[in-house]
Design a protein around this ligand. Structure first.
Ligand code: SF4
Ligand code: SF4
Length: 341
């Protein structure tokens, strides 16, 4: 196994190390790991345990990430490892996110070159998505893959909780084309109580990505009782509209009981109520994890015609020109760079 030294840390007294990759800024004793379980102190040297370790690889529809405004209808090679810097009580991927290299026997070793080669070989594949577990804690390997991918003309996407320090994020930005960032709630209390993290750094991440001009979409998991407060939701929508722009797509995802949370699944009625409310404030709102087609299609914000139709993961671009303009009224709906390789 490759022993890869982590970036973004410093040595402290008594062989301790402090990691600066994410806002937890863990101080880690010799022989112990950080909150994410995958960065370990080996006699004062911080090791990125999951470097070159892959838990899952698959060619997925890009809509599954979810990314709806980035090469709609295409396929993207999706890769992930284990570990996460958050401990969400409702985690939908807990088998790979809440574990360590030692506790997960199914990891496979891979080089960044071999991953990029696999992505390149598949015809129609647009690039590589870092997903499944939290890619932030895979930082060094993700960066190596992304740099190589950019050299070969592939697109890259990061599906993340957004809890990363600004310096590593700035280092990543030139090599990542598209982001889907979770905005799990809009109060510090929610973030502290149910994710073991904080809201403010996630807002800073979203702001930095939006200002960078990289493609950005947001996912919000709607959980009954825990974050189904319409006033907080309204504040979140106002913040997205005013700080990031009303064209940033918002995916409202339906919660199902998972991991430590046993609250009943979000009702379809509540999903629809929040969807309709959000449509009044943002131009592109989608529903996820819900049967039926409502909240799947894309409408032109100019003339309101349907321009992209989705059914499951089948996508039909019916009303968009190749340059991203609406066929009906000519409005530029998707940036041209998100349509053509
Ligand atoms: S990446 Fe892991 S070790 Fe580093 S600060 Fe975050 S949780 Fe701690
Ligand atoms: S951030 Fe995502 S992967 Fe990590 S614990 Fe939360 S839901 Fe799970």
């Amino acid at each position: 196994m490759i022993e890869k030294e982590a970036t973004y840390y410093k040595n402290l007294d008594d062989d301790k190390a402090q990691c600066f990759l994410c806002p937890h800024n863990c101080i880690i004793k010799n022989g112990k790991s950080g909150i994410c379980r995958v960065r370990t102190n080996n006699e004062g040297r911080l090791i990125a345990d999951t470097f070159g370790q892959v838990s899952s690889m698959a060619f997925d529809p890009i809509e599954k990430k979810p990314l709806y405004h980035f090469f709609p209808g295409s396929e993207i090679f999706s890769v992930g490892s284990v570990g996460c810097n958050l401990h969400c009580s409702f985690c939908q991927n807990c088998e790979i996110s809440q574990t360590s290299v030692a506790d997960f026997p199914y990891l496979k070793q891979a080089s960044f070159e071999s991953i990029v080669q696999q992505a390149q070989k598949r015809s129609g594949n647009i690039g590589i998505a870092f997903t499944y577990n939290e890619p932030t804690v895979w930082f060094e390997f993700m960066l190596d893959i992304a740099k190589q991918a950019k050299l070969t003309g592939l697109k890259t996407a990061m599906i993340s909780n957004g809890f990363i320090n600004l310096e590593p994020l700035q280092q990543l930005l030139p090599y990542i084309d598209a982001f889907n960032i979770d905005l799990k709630g809009f109060t510090e209390k929610f973030y502290e109580n149910y994710t073991s993290s904080h809201l403010e750094p996630v807002k800073e991440t979203l702001n930095l990505i939006a200002k960078s001009g990289k493609h950005l979409e947001i996912t919000n998991l709607l959980i009954p009782i825990l974050n189904d407060n319409l006033s907080d939701f309204s504040d979140m929508l106002d913040w997205i509209r005013d700080e990031l722009g009303r064209d940033v797509p918002l995916h409202l995802s339906r919660y199902f009981p998972r991991h430590k949370l046993t609250i009943d699944a979000t009702s379809p009625e509540l999903m629809l109520e929040y969807y309709e409310y959000a449509c009044g404030k943002l131009n592109f709102v989608y529903l996820g994890n819900l049967h039926g087609r409502q909240g799947s299609d894309t409408y032109c914000p100019g003339c309101k015609n349907t321009i992209i139709t989705r059914s499951g993961y089948r996508t039909e671009i019916s009303g968009l020109e190749n340059n991203g303009q609406c066929c009906f009224c000519g409005k530029q709906v998707l940036p041209e760079k998100n349509m053509k390789l």
